[in-house]
Design a protein around this ligand. Structure first.
Ligand code: S3P
Length: 176
């Protein structure tokens, strides 16, 4: 696999897959800058994501998401993507050409456990915090995630250190 010095590390996966937590830790491990795409979008729009969805609509949010990716330079950052980022073909291509993509998988029951402990403000799951809905949405998105992933890491039942060790091993090994 081998990670180039200037290549970014993109973490993709469903909401609650641990992208933010893992990105923070990976940034420390590699001594790289960490970037949260959702935070950049919120900063640019001057409002939180639920409000962007409400006032401007999901399509506008998706366009702003793509614009953030277009603006990203190759400076070896660890980037935590939004759960829907890999759904657009252009987004997948932009990530592919500027870094390595790590897909963090997660089971529906884990999503609900993790999100209930944390924020419940995600517009995509508003009114849909049930296992069947989450299961179906993961199934729908999984092909797009897999389509661009350089490698895939299961996160259920693992702590952040274990996940980061697995990622580091894959990123640094020369023949995987
Ligand atoms: C979304 C996931 C969110 C955020 C937005 C849409 C999605 O990011 O980008 O609410 O479509 O899955 P997280 O995966 O960081 O929660």
């Amino acid at each position: 696999m081998r990670l180039g010095e200037k290549e970014n590390i993109y973490l993709i996966g469903f909401m609650g897959s641990g992208k933010t937590t893992v990105a923070n830790r990976l940034g420390q491990i590699f001594g790289k800058r960490k970037m949260e795409m959702d935070d950049v979008i919120e900063g640019r729009a001057g409002m939180p994501i639920p409000m962007i969805f409400e006032r401007q609509g999901e399509e506008s949010f998706r366009e702003q998401e793509t614009q953030v990716l277009r603006d990203i330079t190759m400076d070896g950052a660890v980037i935590s993507c939004g759960g829907g980022t890999p759904l657009r073909e252009e987004n997948r291509a932009l990530m592919k050409k500027s870094g390595k993509i790590v897909y963090l998988t997660v089971r529906p029951e884990t999503v609900l456990q993790r999100i209930e402990r944390g924020q419940t403000t995600r517009p995509v799951l508003k009114g849909h915090m049930d296992e069947d809905y989450v299961h179906d949405l993961i199934q729908k998105r999984d092909p797009a995630y897999r389509n661009c992933a350089d490698f895939i890491i299961e996160t259920d039942g693992k702590d952040v250190e274990t996940i980061c060790k697995e990622i580091t091993f894959k990123l640094l090994s020369s023949n995987s």
